[in-house]
Design a protein around this ligand. Structure first.
Ligand SMILES: [Zn+2]
Length: 153
C-alpha cells in the first residue's frame, strides 16, 4: 500500500494513511470507509452477536480440523523456539496478584466439591507414590550400574 495516499474516515473525519483502514476490495482505494480505530468497537459488537459467534466457532473448528497437522506443527515449533519466553511469560502472568487471587479462589471453590477434593487427594497420593517409586528405581539403577562396573573390572 502506498503511504502517501490518505483517506478521510467517514466516522471521525480524520485524514489517515491507507494503513489505518482495513482492506475492502469493493471500496475506493480498496479499503473500508471507517478507520481501524472507529471500526473496532463496531466489529467487536458484531463478533459478539450469538449467531456470528457460533458461525466463527464452527469456522475455526473446521479450519483447525482441516489444517490440524499444520497447526500442531506450528504450535510445536513455536513452543520450541519460544520455550523460555513462554515459560517466563506464564510465570510472570501467574505471579500477578490479581491472577493469583483468581486462581486461588477458583481452586478453593473447586476444593469444596467432595468429588473434586477426593480426586485431588487421590492424585496427590498417586504422584507421591510415583515419585517414591522412581526414586527407588533410580537408586536401584545406580547400584546395578555400580555392581556391573565392579564385576567388569
Ligand atoms: Zn475513524
Amino acid at each position: 500500500m502506498n503511504e502517501e495516499i490518505t483517506k478521510k474516515c467517514s466516522n471521525c473525519s480524520i485524514e489517515k494513511p491507507l494503513q489505518s483502514f482495513h482492506k475492502n476490495k469493493n471500496n475506493k482505494f480498496g479499503v473500508h470507509h471507517l478507520c481501524k480505530k472507529c471500526r473496532k468497537p463496531i466489529s467487536k459488537s458484531y463478533r459478539q452477536r450469538p449467531k456470528v459467534k457460533e458461525k466463527r466457532r464452527l469456522y475455526n473448528k473446521k479450519y483447525y480440523r482441516d489444517h490440524r497437522e499444520k497447526q500442531i506443527l506450528y504450535i510445536k515449533n513455536y513452543s520450541k523456539e519460544n520455550a523460555d519466553c513462554i515459560k517466563q511469560r506464564h510465570k510472570e502472568y501467574n505471579q500477578r496478584p490479581d491472577v493469583k487471587e483468581r486462581i486461588n479462589k477458583r481452586l478453593r471453590e473447586r476444593y469444596k466439591i467432595p468429588e473434586v477434593r477426593e480426586r485431588i487427594q487421590k492424585n496427590v497420593k498417586k504422584h507421591r507414590d510415583r515419585e517414591k517409586k522412581t526414586r527407588t528405581e533410580r537408586i536401584n539403577k545406580i547400584v546395578d550400574d555400580f555392581i556391573e562396573d565392579v564385576i567388569r573390572k
